[in-house]
Design a protein around this ligand. Structure first.
Ligand SMILES: Cc1ncc(COP(=O)(O)O)c(C=O)c1O
Length: 388
């Protein structure tokens, strides 16, 4: 049987990983500035994470949600404390798309309304409603075209206010990434996020913060929306939550009451996933990784802005992007194959950096050195008219 071709990027076979590094089958070491797509929050195969999962595995890995699972409450308590959302309710699932799917369904149930406001270039996942709220025609099928989703322009306050004015009683929710990841590291302004909050409150719509990529400490605060000082009604999360173990969740404000049986999943919140997620929170706390992400992010952004050739450096914490001009279009490939550095992309011309929050200065400096050399190599090739 052939594998379904999901992301045909390259033929590198990664077989081992530790902290900010991965190794291929030939023992070649790569610096991971991509964090396995914003997933590796506390470092690959972090020792505490491994031992917590191993200890759990030897006791019990899974039993149905039809019995009480005390480690879920342990996770809820720790997550409530670190996120400062103690009064929210935690629903555990398996992925970011599933988290958003449930968030959107819940908002519609709670309000009795159907319309969802999403933003141009947003990415919320590949399940039915999540894909409908994603601004990417290549992943949508006709059945997902509900007609209930409207795409507005991020940070265009007047258009948002006008839409609310004309449709106030129909809007169930606004779903927003405080920093669009797939959309190319596009930041919602604090003022825009505060406007969403006030319009939702006034009209009875719910504010859904999609923190799947930008949350869980990645930007130097637990939630990226925390920078703007706003509270969402529902937070969705996944990626960094398990450091590679598949786990997702929504945090639901206490005034939202799902119908009994409305939210559920076989695997969500299983013992192993909870052990992995708890280990992540414990390491975020014990190693002060939010502060570290904040400090290292500022350093990295400052250094990137000094580099000639790349443009429009932006982001917060360790969620950083920059534009690559056409003449350097092979930069990412060069970084990977020649300098052994993984980075992320956002089409058409953005490089995304999403390393482990535990990355150290020395590793950041190695990346910066590699980047400068790669740019120089490409500039010289352009100069002499050679092909990379
Ligand atoms: C902001 C955002 N939301 C949702 C998702 C979907 O998450 P998953 O792939 O775990 O379903 C992603 C994935 O990239 C994402 O970046």
């Amino acid at each position: 049987m052939k594998l379904f071709d999901v992301y045909p990027i390259n033929n590198i076979n990664i077989v081992r990983a530790k902290d900010s590094y991965v190794w291929d089958e030939n023992g070649v070491q790569y610096l991971d500035m991509y964090g396995g797509h914003a997933v590796i929050s506390i470092g690959h195969t972090n020792a505490h994470w491994v031992s917590r999962i191993e200890a759990q595995l030897s006791k019990i890995a899974f039993y149905s949600n039809s019995i009480q699972i005390p480690i879920q409450q342990e996770l809820a308590d720790k997550l409530g404390e670190i996120s400062r959302k103690e009064n929210y309710h935690l629903f555990l699932c398996n992925s970011g798309a599933e988290a958003n799917e449930n968030a959107l369904k819940l908002a519609s149930f709670h309000t009795g309304r159907k319309k969802i406001i999403a933003f141009k270039k947003a990415f919320h996942g590949r399940t039915s409603l999540a894909v409908a709220a994603t601004d990417n025609p290549s992943i949508i099928a006709p059945v997902n075209e509900t007609g209930n989703i409207v795409f507005l322009t991020l940070n265009y306050e007047e258009a948002l206010a006008n839409y609310f004015n004309s449709n106030s009683n129909e809007i169930a929710a606004v779903i927003v990434e405080a920093i669009q990841g797939v959309g190319g590291i596009a930041e919602a302004t604090d003022s825009f996020l505060n406007l969403i909050r006030s319009l939702c409150t006034k009209s009875g719509a719910l504010f859904i913060a999609d923190e799947v990529q930008c949350g869980y400490g990645r930007t130097g605060k637990f939630f990226a929306t925390d920078h703007a000082g706003v509270d969402a009604d529902i937070y969705s999360m996944a990626k960094g939550m398990g450091n590679g173990f598949p786990v997702g969740a929504i945090l639901i404000a206490p005034y939202i009451k799902p119908r009994h049986g409305m939210l559920g999943t076989t695997f969500g919140g299983n013992h192993l996933a909870c052990a992995a997620a708890l280990a992540v929170l414990e390491v975020l706390e014990s190693e002060n990784l939010l502060q570290k992400a904040n400090d290292n992010g500022k350093y990295l952004i400052k250094k990137l802005k000094e580099i000639k050739g790349i443009e429009n450096v932006r982001g917060k914490g360790l969620m950083i992007g920059f534009d690559v001009p056409e003449r350097l279009k092979d930069l990412r490939t060069n970084l990977l194959h020649k300098h052994k550095i993984f980075t992320g992309e956002a089409k058409p011309n953005v490089i995304r950096l999403l390393p482990s929050l535990a990355i150290n200065r020395n590793e950041i400096d190695c990346f910066l050195d590699g980047l400068k050399i790669a740019i120089k190599e490409l500039e010289e090739k352009v100069h002499v008219g050679a092909e990379f």
